[in-house]
Design a binder for this molecule. Structure first.
Ligand SMILES: [Zn+2]
Length: 285
């Protein structure tokens, strides 16, 4: 479609209308083409946290997902048997995962990947706030010592090693690397630092938890080519924050998988999970 503001506004309005219509009728489920998707969750149950969903909402999500998709372990979104698959991921290893998300995963018997920022496990490293924000700029602002005084906006903490070990021993949970200090990898070009943040973090998770770690999540969804290269040589699969679904596993870069943001409103998430929505996007831009 043309690039004028007017045509873009019209396209956007049409798109919003389709999203509402889909919420009312679920028509996107009749679209014949299938696509797999990865959902990105953060905290479950803490009302203040970025990316938070409530426990009730999470349960409704699983009702919907188990009805319309096969909920699979992350690498299986790169396969297809003509079924539609969705994988669940949780960023930042928030403490509330154990209390709020894991019991629901068990209830539905579905797997999930938990991405751990290693140096924050148990406590924030010296000089960092234990907060994860939606952008590197916010992250830096939060790590300004002045912001430590603001106790009212704290996210739930990252789980302890003891708790993480217990969670990782659940057959439904697979632990993945989310670096050591949750930096903006797009701005790190020093190989030694990349190795420490990506390979070092993986090695420590494997040593401390006694599990194999082969999946990675880029903090803030950001990376440099050098970072992707280090991830490619040390992991099997990696997720970004780019919005989208997996249409053709064979032609998908398994080290830059797109995800659907699970904390958007329900109507948006369901529309974002549909193959139709992304095919239309190719026309709308
Ligand atoms: Zn994160």
């Amino acid at each position: 479609m043309g690039g004028s503001d007017f045509s873009r506004d019209v396209a956007r309005a049409g798109f919003d209308a389709l999203e509402r219509l889909d919420a009312a009728t679920n028509f996107s489920r009749c679209y014949p083409e299938t696509a797999n998707a990865v959902l990105a969750y953060h905290a479950v149950g803490n009302p203040a946290g970025y990316g938070n969903v409530s426990v009730d909402r999470f349960r409704r999500d699983l009702d919907y997902l188990t009805e319309h998709f096969r909920v699979v372990d992350l690498p299986a979104v790169l396969d297809s048997d003509g079924d539609e698959r969705v994988a669940l991921t949780f960023d930042d290893a928030y403490d509330d995962f154990a209390e709020n998300a894991l019991p629901v995963l068990r209830e539905y018997g579905v797997p999930a990947t938990l991405f751990v920022p290693v140096d924050f496990v148990g406590a924030a490293p010296e000089g960092y706030a234990y907060r994860f924000a939606r952008s590197p700029t916010e992250y830096e602002a939060f790590n300004d010592p002045a912001s430590f005084a603001d106790e009212t906006v704290r996210d739930p903490g990252v789980m302890s090693w003891e708790r993480l070990r217990a969670v990782a021993s659940d057959p439904l949970v697979t632990v993945g690397t989310h670096t050591r200090t949750h930096p903006d990898l797009a701005r790190i070009h020093d190989r030694a630092v990349l190795e420490r943040e990506i390979v070092g973090a993986r090695d420590e998770l494997e040593d401390r938890l006694g599990v194999t770690v082969d999946r990675f999540c880029y903090p803030f969804g950001r990376y440099s080519e050098e970072a992707v290269d280090v991830v490619r040589r040390s992991h099997e699969v990696a997720v970004t924050s780019r919005r989208g679904v997996v249409f053709d596993p064979e032609r998908t870069d398994e080290f830059r998988l797109p995800r659907v943001r699970a904390h958007e409103n329900e109507r948006r998430v369901r529309w974002d999970l549909s193959a139709l929505r992304w095919r239309l996007t190719e026309f709308v831009g």
